[in-house]
Design a protein around this ligand. Structure first.
Ligand code: HEM
Length: 495
């Protein structure tokens, strides 16, 4: 008699409560990566939790993440549902779309202009906007955080809609702030995670905070998605549209089959993802870099020395210098490794039952790659908690460690389509900030040095909490270069 083979066990995990599973010990987003990393020492690099009937599989090693999300990518290309994000208007944005034809349509539309060879077309935007960022920081260093945010937002807005940000009061910048506020306000557990039926609760019902939130926020989010595209449509009709992702798509679609409402909607969603995917991530990475320079002055000196010897002090570095600046490249990589901007990556979902290392991964399981755990894995990184760009230099100058691309940018069919653009945006900002500024500890009114404590706050993405810091031009020549570059940029805007 053939006996049915018993189903292998789920991946192990900490003890659970009856019925409710692990809900009481599920860590908060701020420290989940640390907790998962600790649990992995006990339960192994593939472990699982059960929260109200949903199985969460946590991947704590690059090997497990690559084996499942990369090598078996057709089984793990889906996303779990994100009830609140979907209800407030982001249902059809690429990052949250379930795997299927509509996902593939959006992905193709976005991926093409962001290919490695094509992102070089946007370098003039990054070169102009870094000049604005440097000038603004020089004029008002206390607002560095806001100016870095302006830089990454301005690049994505120009690329997506051809919109040039020309002031700190810019309408599109304000919209970007609003989107971040919405994201923060809705990123918390809600009854909608248990069942969609709770959407129909009255707003006064205890715990039903989300009902009012959805009603108020959704029209605002949808307006922010659709309005910039309507502007481009009007500009196209008037013949004043600047080259951009949206103008190109609208022209191509109109030429091919005539532009349908559905096309227009899709273009709006994809364009919104350029800003949604690119603005916050770049901003957080550059701010993390500044924090790291503050706490690692030796690295800062080494970076400056490389820039001075290769570029000199008579001009700003640009993309033509990149191949000759290996240490700056290592600083970019180490910043992304030391504090990956998306520390728990974006979850994937198992599309069918699977078996891995004798463990059962059920269809529908939410797969969480612990990106920060992976980039701090002692088996791959010597002293992983130490910020050490040399680790990526080839031997014998460095340790020849390999950049954890998966943990930083994702895996398989959901791998970040904006990674080449991100690399350009972040690299140029880092090279130019290092060339121009001395990043030093702040001094208080009594002349005492203020020791910085670098901490992060995480809402899907990680941003350093405000830290005291002093950014001053390295020399009068550096300040002059920034003023000249800025004046040239402003002259272009006026044309
Ligand atoms: C330092 C900058 C960036 C980092 C660290 C980053 C990281 C990530 C990560 C970890 C994912 C999830 C991948 C996965 O699920 O396996 C992702 C997805 C995504 N990123 Fe990025 N990203 C960055 C910049 C950008 C830029 C510049 C854009 C667009 C212009 C962008 C657009 C997207 C989109 C649309 C997705 C969703 C892809 C999908 O679900 O298929 N990202 N990114």
């Amino acid at each position: 008699v053939r006996r049915r083979r018993a189903r292998p066990p789920y991946p192990p995990g900490p003890p659970a409560d009856p019925l409710i599973g692990h809900i009481r010990i599920m860590p908060s987003t701020d420290n989940a990566h640390e907790v998962f990393h600790d649990w992995a020492q006990q339960y192994g690099d593939v472990m699982s939790l059960d929260v109200l009937g949903t199985r969460y599989v946590i991947l704590n090693s690059a090997e497990a993440a690559t084996d499942l999300l990369e090598k078996r990518n057709s089984k793990y290309a889906d996303r779990p549902t994100f009830p609140m994000y979907e209800r407030v208007g982001w249902k059809d944005t690429l990052v949250f779309l379930p795997y299927g034809p509509y996902f593939r349509k959006q992905r193709k539309m976005l991926q093409l202009p962001l290919e490695k060879e094509r992102v070089t077309d946007f370098r003039h935007i990054e070169e102009q906007e870094t000049c604005v960022m440097l000038y603004n920081i020089m004029s008002d260093p206390d607002n560095t955080d806001a100016f870095v945010h302006r830089y990454t937002t301005a690049v994505t807005m120009e690329l997506a809609y051809g919109h040039r940000v020309v002031s700190n009061d810019d309408e599109y910048l304000k919209a970007a702030d609003m989107v971040i506020d919405v994201l923060r306000s809705v990123t918390r557990p809600s009854l909608l995670d248990v069942s969609p039926i709770f959407e129909y609760l009255p707003a006064w019902f205890p715990g039903a905070w989300f009902v009012k939130c959805i009603k108020e926020i959704k029209p605002v989010v949808l307006r922010e998605i659709q309005h910039p595209v309507s502007v481009v449509q009007q500009e196209l009709m008037a013949g004043t549209a600047k080259p951009s992702f949206v103008s190109q798509q609208l022209e191509d679609l109109s030429r091919e089959n005539g532009l349908s409402q559905e096309d227009l909607y899709t273009v709006s969603m994809v364009a919104h993802q350029i800003f949604g995917g690119g603005s916050e991530t770049g901003w957080h990475t550059i701010m993390t870099f500044i924090a790291c320079m503050l706490t690692n002055p030796d690295v800062q000196r080494k970076g400056e020395e490389e820039l001075d010897s290769v570029v000199g002090r008579g001009r700003l570095p640009d993309f033509t210098d990149r191949d000759s600046l290996p240490y700056i490249d290592c600083i970019v990589k180490e910043t992304m490794r030391w504090q990956p901007v998306v520390p728990l990556s974006v979850p994937h979902k198992a599309m069918e039952d699977d078996e891995y290392r004798g463990m059962h991964i059920p269809k529908g399981a939410t797969i969480i790659p612990n990106a920060r755990g992976i980039t701090w894995d002692e088996r791959h990184f010597h002293e992983p908690r130490t910020y050490k760009p040399e680790r990526f230099l080839p031997r014998p100058q460095g340790a020849g460690e390999v950049f954890p691309q998966g943990a930083v940018f994702g895996w398989g069919r959901r791998l970040c389509p904006g990674r080449y653009l991100a690399d350009d945006v972040v690299w140029l900002a880092i090279a130019r900030i290092l060339a121009v500024f001395d990043i030093q500890k702040a001094v208080d009114a009594d002349g005492n040095v203020v020791e910085p404590h670098i901490e992060f706050t995480t809402v899907l993405t990680s941003h350093p909490k405000p830290f005291p810091c002093s950014l001053r031009p390295r020399s009068e020549k550096a300040a002059e270069l920034v003023r000249q570059a800025y004046d040239m940029h402003m002259a272009n805007v006026a044309v």
